[in-house]
Design a protein around this ligand. Structure first.
Ligand code: ZN
Length: 269
């Protein structure tokens, strides 16, 4: 914590020195503040934990999604059918987006992480969650021009103060250098919570709910977009968002989420 004397020395000598000392002191102070602020209980089981919010036992219970999976929907396959083999769902009911990827299955631990980020202001969990997403979406992000978080309706954003998808998108931007297009996609009408709705109800609930603001269309037109969200359940929300982005002439839309619901591994066809 002796940043002050070295800082004064630098002012008299080198301007660049000042900058780097400032940065060093700032990042040190920030780390210190973070260490003090970080809760020391595992998000999932409440056992004491150091670091990123999940203890070793809960970490081991997390179900990371790895190949083989359907190249379009990202749903895990029971065996590897070779490249370009799609799941039955992808053929029967093709989504508006090109490809979806998820870091983990939406099981018990993932649900607690998502819930803590969304409703308990646990933005300290976002760096780890975003890094896992960046890894799962490597292939999509390598080709992406821009990241677009699924927006909250402003009223919900106001009461919750931040958009969890936006927070995750910022982490992925930091990891990959792919920029977040802010305030591009808007929720133009409030929607019911998707919880408890059937697949058809979910689709009609979000249909036409999103729009690319006309002054933001240049950020989307001709660009390859990766849509960012926390959870993919039926896919109705990201599908409605993808349609809005494609109407604004996006070159392609892929989807990257932290967790997705997987009913069971699929047999490829
Ligand atoms: Zn735990």
């Amino acid at each position: 914590m002796d940043a002050q004397p070295s800082l004064s020395r630098s002012i008299s000598s080198h301007f660049h020195g000042v900058l780097s000392v400032c940065r060093g002191a700032w990042s040190h102070a920030r780390k210190l503040a973070l260490n003090i602020a970080l809760p020391t209980l595992c998000v999932a089981c409440r056992d004491p934990v150091e670091g990123e919010g999940v203890c070793a036992d809960c970490w081991a219970k997390m179900s990371f999604i790895a190949p083989p999976f359907c190249p379009r929907l990202g749903i895990p396959f029971v065996y590897d059918p070779g490249p370009d083999m799609l799941s039955m769902e992808a053929i029967a009911n093709p989504p508006a987006y090109a490809r979806a990827r998820a870091a983990v299955r939406y099981d018990d631990v993932a649900r607690k992480l998502v819930h803590a980020l969304k409703y308990q202001d646990r933005t300290d969990l976002a760096p780890a969650m975003g890094r896992w997403m960046a890894r799962a979406g490597r292939e999509l992000l390598a080709e992406a021009d821009v990241l677009v978080p699924v927006p909250l309706h402003w009223r919900r954003g106001w009461s919750r103060r931040y958009n969890q998808s936006g927070v995750l998108a910022r982490v992925i931007e930091g990891e990959t250098g792919v920029r977040v297009a802010v305030e591009t996609l808007r929720r133009i009408r409030p929607t019911e919570q998707q919880i408890g709705l059937s697949r058809t109800e979910r689709a009609s609930n979000v249909q036409g709910a999103f729009k690319v603001a006309s002054d933001r269309q240049p950020a989307i037109e001709g660009r390859r977009v990766v849509l960012i969200d926390d959870v993919l359940t039926s896919g109705a929300t990201v599908d409605a968002c993808a349609r809005a982005l494609l109407r604004a002439k996006a070159a392609a839309v892929d989807v990257l989420v932290f967790a997705r619901v997987v009913d069971g591994p699929r047999t490829p066809i």
